[in-house]
Write a protein that binds this ligand. Structure first.
Ligand code: ADP
Ligand code: MG
Length: 410
């Protein structure tokens, strides 16, 4: 069996070795053990279900929240010679796909979560041979998580109709509370949790109060020639900043969901191949984008959560070479975040409050930034990382009643 897995890893996927926890996750899946894998972006979550899908008899059903991502995955799986299809609202070859599924001619079937509640779909799966349910972006099942999608709650009844089929939930972003919730929601035992290391040692974390952001961002660009991403909070801010930086001679493009699809596609393509471009974007930019040589990521305002911060800043330095992540924040970011709490449903307010408190701890700490991030993800880091602003030049004094804390306890 082992030899077989390595052979597939090599012959189909073209890799020499498993990375990090991939092997442990795949071992559990192959042993039909229900599993939640928490692995950072870029760690190689897809392989954890794609390889078993190829190795096992029957089709692996992959639940994924975004059609665009699904189709990317589909293309790359097919390019490897894996028999993959999707059943979504934009697919036209349903009949053909169903035929392939029933004939046992599919390794992977990608579906959106809402499909799970469709009785016809459930019945279809009952007539097919299913080897695995893979639930990607599994944090979407948790109201505690930062990206709750009610459709994910439809999955449990479907999964429970196939108690003997192993289930593998995957996510890049889940704090301890969200993890427990995912396990409970998807019926995975506590000992089915596998967490891989979150540290990105080549990323230098810098956190500064916003104090003339034009000048601060100008300084960052001046010392970072490589490609970079600047995240702004609004579409308007994106365009404005892109225009002002562009006027200074750096190749700069804006990116946000309000731009025409062809403009977005063009800007993204230009960024992917560029060696010095700066993308000024809202958080709509980045998902599914694999550019290894991003040298810096700037947050021009407070991110939504530690999870989003880790994921967005983590787009820097995927090639392992030195990269910088800079977070510029202001007290008004916290005021706005607190205001937003009152706008969400009661059930989610506690989670929102915890998210803001965690961000407060990150920006306010006089200690290691990396330690704050890693502890958030349940790791036990050393006190000093040697590669964040505070470790490199420890703050002179510790002020316990700083702005954000006052705001948080107000
Ligand atoms: P995730 O979903 O965790 O963000 P992906 O599954 O998209 O990550 O994989 C990220 C990248 O890592 C892909 O380019 C993939 O081909 C590569 N990769 C995955 N597993 C391995 C491996 N064992 N060895 C080398 N590269 C790998
Ligand atoms: Mg993925």
């Amino acid at each position: 069996m082992r030899i077989n897995l390595f052979k597939i890893l090599h012959d189909i996927f073209g890799f020499e070795t498993f990375r990090g926890v991939q092997e442990s996750v795949i071992d559990r899946v192959m042993a039909s053990q229900r599993t939640l894998a928490v692995m950072p972006t870029g760690a190689g979550k897809s392989l954890c279900y794609q390889l078993p899908a190829v190795a096992m008899e029957g089709c692996c059903v992959v639940v994924s929240p975004l059609i665009a991502l699904m189709h990317d995955q589909l293309r790359s799986a097919r390019a490897l010679g894996i028999r993959a299809a999707s059943l979504t609202s934009v697919d036209e070859d349903w009949r053909e796909t169903q035929g392939q599924l029933l004939a046992g001619d599919l390794d992977l079937l990608y579906v959106a979560p809402e499909r799970a509640s469709n009785e016809g779909f459930r019945a279809l799966l009952e007539r097919a041979r299913i080897c695995l349910f893979a639930i990607d972006e599994a944090h979407c099942v948790s109201e505690w998580g930062h990206d709750f999608r009610p459709d994910y709650r439809l999955l449990r009844p479907l999964l429970d109709r196939f108690p003997q089929v192993p289930r593998l939930a995957l996510t890049a972003t889940a704090d301890a509370h969200t993890r427990q919730d995912i396990l409970a929601q998807l019926g995975i035992p506590d000992d089915g949790l596998i967490i891989s290391g979150f540290d990105r040692p080549n990323i230098r974390y810098v956190v500064e109060p916003r104090d003339g952001p034009g000048r601060q961002i100008g300084d960052i660009l001046a010392s970072n020639p490589g490609p970079g991403i600047i995240y702004t909070q609004t579409r308007a801010a994106t365009e404005k900043l892109a225009a002002s930086l562009g006027a200074k001679g750096r190749p700069v493009l804006p990116y946000h969901a309000g731009l025409a699809p062809e403009v977005r596609a063009r800007n993204q393509a230009a960024f992917i191949t560029s060696e010095d471009m700066v993308m000024v974007a809202t958080v709509a930019f980045g998902m599914g984008i694999d550019k290894p040589d991003v040298r810096f990521v700037v947050h021009a305002g407070l991110p939504k959560s530690i999870e989003s911060y880790y994921q967005e800043s983590g787009r820097a330095g995927r090639d392992g070479s030195p990269a910088v992540a800079t977070l510029l924040w202001g007290a008004e970011d916290f005021v706005r975040a607190r205001q937003r709490i009152t706008e969400v449903e009661q059930a989610r307010q506690q989670g929102e409050r915890a998210r803001i408190a965690a961000l407060g701890a990150l920006v306010e700490t006089a200690g290691c930034r990396r330690a704050v991030l890693l502890r958030h993800f349940g790791e036990d880091p050393p006190q000093i990382c040697g590669n964040c602003d505070n470790c490199l030049s420890p703050p002179a004094s510790i002020d316990a009643t700083t702005t954000a804390q006052k705001l948080l306890s107000a």
